[in-house]
Design a protein around this ligand. Structure first.
Ligand code: PHE
Length: 337
């Protein structure tokens, strides 16, 4: 019997080693160790042994069982590892394939110009204000010293929604709103960018365009402050060799009023020629009526204001000659900036 047991062990170990998959291994296990397996058959005949032999053979049978179980367990682990390895092999992804190129976005040239403008004023300590695009006639005109029948309303062809509500024709109503937001006569230094709307449409005019308003109010603000501020700003934007010219003009909400022309290197005619002047913004000293209508006392404080079109500035900065390019969003155009 001892020989039978040792043989069984050798056979079992061979079978287990030869098992190529989990099914073959399970079959081997049943064949040797199962209820109807070889080991059980041997143990069953132990009843024929003498009392002296029985414990010896019993102990050997147990060792054989444990050894064979250990070999089976080792084989099972090996097969499992092999199966995992095969899965890893068959499911690998080829990461050497070049990735599909993502299209990159660009900052829109109008936004780029606005950021330049804001950077310059924020450096000078200006805050940024906002106001509604759908505006009351009252803020857009009336409290800017433009009563209902004022002829200067014709300067800005307006889209009315009702007789009292319109799409704002300029960012100047934010002047009035900002004055009213503040404690009367307290200092203000702000810019207000945004969309504006006028009934106009050709290569240099769009019914929707963008402006940046500016307003400074404090004790003793003079025209020299306006001039100095705009000079710093325009040289920031167009370069330190930019020439600046103030031309007398008229706006109902400023007095005196001026338009500012610039001439900068990229725009100057051939050497020795006259500089090429371009109108860039409107400005002036805040009209005393505007201060009064919005809760400030023109006897105590004074101020200046200015307004500029962002499209015009972007056209000059980036050499664009048709304003409609800004709104068509043709990728071939946008990609250039
Ligand atoms: N609001 C004026 C315009 O749109 C520009 C301006 C603003 C002029 C502030 C003077 C002061 O034409």
């Amino acid at each position: 019997m001892e020989k039978d047991l040792n043989e069984l062990k050798v056979q079992a170990e061979e079978k287990v080693h030869a098992a190529g998959d989990e099914k073959a291994l399970q079959d081997a296990k049943v064949f040797f160790l199962g209820k109807k397996g070889k080991l059980t058959a041997i143990l069953r005949s132990m009843k024929d042994l003498s009392a002296a032999e029985r414990p010896v053979i019993g102990a050997l049978a147990n060792t054989v069982r444990t050894d064979v179980e250990a070999v089976i367990a080792a084989k099972a682990a090996e097969l499992k590892a092999k199966r995992l390895e095969e899965r890893i092999q068959s499911e690998t992804v080829d990461i050497t394939l070049p990735a599909r190129h993502q299209k990159e976005g660009h900052i829109h040239p109008l936004d780029k110009a606005l950021r330049e403008i804001m950077k310059s004023f924020m450096r000078m300590g200006y805050s940024v204000e906002e106001g509604p695009e759908i505006e009351q006639d009252y803020y857009n005109f009336e409290c800017l010293n433009l009563p209902k029948d004022h002829p200067a309303r014709d300067m800005q062809d307006s889209f009315y929604i009702t007789p009292e509500i319109l799409l704002r024709t300029h960012t100047s109503p934010v002047q009035a709103r900002t004055l009213r937001k503040h404690e009367p006569n307290s200092p203000i230094r702000m810019i207000a960018p945004g969309k504006v709307f006028r009934w106009d449409n050709d290569a240099t005019h769009s019914p929707v365009f963008h402006q940046v308003e500016g307003l400074v109010v404090d004790k003793g603000i003079k025209f020299a402050d306006l001039k100095g501020t705009l000079e710093i700003f325009l040289k920031d934007l167009f370069g330190s060799d930019t020439k600046i010219r103030f031309r007398a003009s008229y706006f109902p909400f400023t007095e005196p009023s001026a338009e500012v022309d610039i001439s900068f290197a990229a725009r100057t005619h051939d050497e020795g020629g006259d500089p090429d002047w371009l109108e860039i913004l409107g400005c002036g000293m805040v009209h005393p009526m505007v201060l009064k209508l919005n809760g400030y006392d023109p006897e105590k404080v004074s101020g200046f204001a200015f307004g500029m079109g962002i499209e015009r500035i972007a056209m000059l900065l980036y050499g664009i000659d048709d304003l409609r390019n800004f709104y068509e969003n043709d990728v071939r155009f946008l990609k250039q900036f």
